[in-house]
Each structure stands twice: as C-alpha cells, then as structure tokens.
Write a new protein. Sequence first.
Length: 110
Amino acid sequence: MDLRANIGNKLKQLRLKENLSQEKLAELLGVHIQSIGKVETGKIFINGKVLIKACKFFKVEPKYFFDYNDIKLRQSDKERIDDIVNKLNHSRSVFIKQIYKIVNALYEDK
C-alpha cells in the first residue's frame, strides 16, 4: 500500500468506527462525497485543510495519519530522504504545495 492508500485507509477506519457514511463525513468536512471515496481508496491525497478538519472531528493528531508502526521500513533514512527528494523534483507544484501543508500540519502547535 502506498502513502495515499494508507492515509485513506486510516480515514475510512475512523469513519467506520463512528458509524458514519461517506456522505455524512463529506458533509461534516465540507467536501464532495466523491472526494471521500477517492481519498479512502487512495486515488487522491487528502487536502491539507480537510486533513485538519478530519483531525479535529475525530480528535486525532495529524501524525495519526502518517504513523505506521506496523510497517517495517527496509531503507535507511538517507535512502528514504533521497527517494522523497527525487519524487518531489519530478512532481507538479500543486502536489508539492499539498505535501508542504500536510508536513506543516504535523508540526502545528496544539
């Protein structure tokens, strides 16, 4: 599973835990229902603002969506950083802006 799918899966698990439909969650977060489905299936990344709204609604920290203690990483930190930089160098600016917002959300003061 990739990052988008992992984040989407965590959102789906929170939604199901609260017995919410995709439609109701979309309404609560102020997004289109199709967006929720696409995020949950890993087809698109969650928007930074929507991520913050979801965190507040579900009462979780943003890092919850990026914490994968159950996934063993096989690369060294240096290799991972190099891979991230390489991917960012070949990404569209809108994607980089979304990543920037997500990273900032992880370090927001409580």
